[in-house]
Structure formats: structure tokens, C-alpha cells
Design a protein around this ligand. Sequence first.
Ligand code: HEC
Length: 135
Amino acid sequence: MRVVCRLLVLLPLAVIVGWMFGDVDCPADEIPSADAKFFREEVLPLLKESCQRCHGEKKQNSGLRLDSREAVLKGGQNGPAIVVGKPDQSLLMKVINHDGDIQMPPDEKLDDEEIAIFKKWIEKDAPWPVDKKKA
Ligand code: HEC
């Protein structure tokens, strides 16, 4: 009987401790796998193909890098490239829609589908899963 009593006390304790420390292994900003897949398969290839040769490791036109979430949020000379969750207020959307003086990419406008990928990505709060191997 005593053993059962102890177990009854320990069980809620274990739950509470688990709840308190559970976050350590599971950070709040963990990205749902569907969003990670969307980023890796759609957003990242587009950034690599169309943007990073001028906004990446080698060149940073307008002070802007588009090769990490932090860099995108920091932005370039005109401030943050995106407003998380708000494509309508994001400079990146404005420039790829050729809706102003700065038009990106400078040579050719992206397809509608490609523009929609960036819009969806910003709407989803711009998930950028970081791999052990660099994104
Ligand atoms: C061939 C080089 C080149 C490519 C490719 C390119 N950009 Fe740019 N980008 C520039 C230059 C140059 C500027 C500065 C333009 C200006 O100030 O008039 C700029 C400026 C910007 C800015 C404004 C930054 C600021 O704060 O002033 C954004 C946002 C931007 N680019 C996004 C993109 C995106 C998104 C892509 C890919 C879809 C892209 N660019 C592809 C050369 C490039």
C-alpha cells in the first residue's frame, strides 16, 4: 500500500518536472515539418537561384544578405526586408512585385508562382530551419 501511495505522489511530480524542463529539448521556435519542407524545397532554391548571387556571401548589394533569417530580418539600407507575417508590409514583396523604384531581381521579374512562394513564406512567419550543414 505504501508503494502505491508513493507512486501517486511521484506521478504528478514527474508530470510537473517534465512540463517545466520539457522545453529544453523542444525549443518554442521549433518549425513544423511541413513548413521546413516548404522552405527547403521551394523558398531556399528560389533564394539561391534568383537572389543570393547579389545578396549572399560574396556580394551584399544595398547591404542586404538573403542567406539567413536574421539577415533577412535585419535587411539592408532601407531596413528589414520582411515584416514577419505581413507580406503587404514587406519590402521584399514590394521589390519583387516591381512596385516602386527598386525592382528585384534587376534583370527579370519572377513568375507569379515564385512571387506567391515568397508571399506564403512571409505569411507563415518566414520559417528558416537551420541544418547542421549550412542552409
Ligand atoms: C544582379 C544582382 C541582384 C539580384 C540577382 C537581386 N538583387 Fe536585390 N538588389 C540589388 C541591388 C543592386 C540593390 C540596390 C538597388 C537600389 O538601391 O536601387 C538591391 C536591393 C534589394 C532590396 C532593397 C534592400 C534595401 O534595404 O535597400 C531588396 C529587398 C532586394 N534587393 C531583394 C532581392 C530579392 C528578394 C532578390 C531575388 C528575388 C534579389 N534582390 C535579387 C541587386 C540584386
